[in-house]
Design a protein around this ligand. Structure first.
Ligand code: PAF
Length: 285
């Protein structure tokens, strides 16, 4: 297992692997790896000859009041975990090389980024698509694996790949949860013991919403009202958004007539957590 920090070395190696006919897989991460990331690496390993895990806390996807400075960083630990999960290379570039002072090029996906996390984190998705496009150019992957917890991110990246014709297959792997249902996230480590217990309300409210739909409820507003009441009953919670959207367009759905994604972002104390659930609904039901 090798750690590459230089952009030039990464791209030269990737171009050489391609000339040798090797299939390259990329798992983009911001480090602080947990079982969710490891499942992406395992998934990638099954599909390619060379697995590259990028570890880069991308400054341009954080807002000024967000946790860029305090985001957990431990490259040695990440490298050990990534290797165990089947990675061949860690790519850990510096901020300075990724964004030199005269860097002025940005990639923006419109429409899909206007709602949900895009509405509460202005500029976030532009930061994500810019760094992912740059990583694609540096690592030259045939396959890139993302997690379904960031549902909107995966949809935005899929659209960028389609619109800009990147020759890369996007794989989205399922959310990994703790036994109690809490979605694995690097930000879970910010939670106190009490907050961790309170954070279970995210998944519980999603499952409750699903049960309402299974029971025949079709009015999104009523489902969101029930979820709001449930989450508000938790002391340290503050809802950022709850949305019921079309799985591809991410447009809000008023009356449920087919598959929907229920997505939410909720602060537990100071920590903003996201989660989502895809609910399959037969068109006639
Ligand atoms: O999902 C993440 O960890 C980040 O948004 C990504 C895709 C690595 C881009 O910085």
């Amino acid at each position: 297992m090798k750690t590459v920090v230089s952009l030039q070395e990464m791209q030269n190696s990737a171009l050489r692997w391609r000339r040798e006919g090797k299939r390259i897989g990329l798992v983009p991460t911001m480090g602080s790896l947990h079982e969710g990331h490891l499942s992406l690496i395992t998934r990638c390993r099954e599909q390619v000859d060379i697995v590259v895990v990028s570890v880069f806390v991308n400054p341009i996807q954080f807002g000024p009041q967000e946790d860029f400075a305090s985001y957990p960083r431990d490259l040695e630990r990440d490298a050990t975990l990534a290797e165990k999960a089947g990675a061949d290379y860690i790519f850990a570039p510096s901020d300075q090389e990724m964004y030199p002072p005269d860097f002025v090029s940005l990639v923006k996906v419109e429409k899909l980024t206007e709602r949900l996390c895009g509405a509460s984190r202005p500029g976030h998705f532009q930061g994500v698509t810019t760094v992912v496009a740059k990583l694609f150019n540096l690592v030259q992957p045939d396959v890139a694996v993302f997690g379904a917890k960031d549902y909107q991110q995966a949809a935005v990246i899929r659209r960028m790949v389609r619109d800009l014709a990147f020759p890369v297959e996007i794989v989205v792997a399922p959310i990994v949860r703790e036994v109690n249902g809490l979605a694995k996230s690097s930000r879970n480590q910010y939670l106190s013991r009490e907050e961790r217990a309170e954070a279970l309300i995210l998944y519980q409210s999603l499952r409750f919403a699903e049960s309402l739909i299974r029971g025949g409820e079709r009015q999104a507003a009523d489902i969101k009202a029930s979820m709001t009441e449930m989450i508000d009953s938790v002391e340290r919670s503050r809802i950022d958004y709850i949305e019921i959207v079309h799985p591809e367009s991410l447009e809000p759905v008023e009356v449920i007539t087919g598959d929907v994604v229920i997505a939410l972002a909720v602060f537990i104390g100071k920590t903003r957590l996201i989660d989502n659930l895809l609910v399959h609904v037969a068109p006639s039901s």
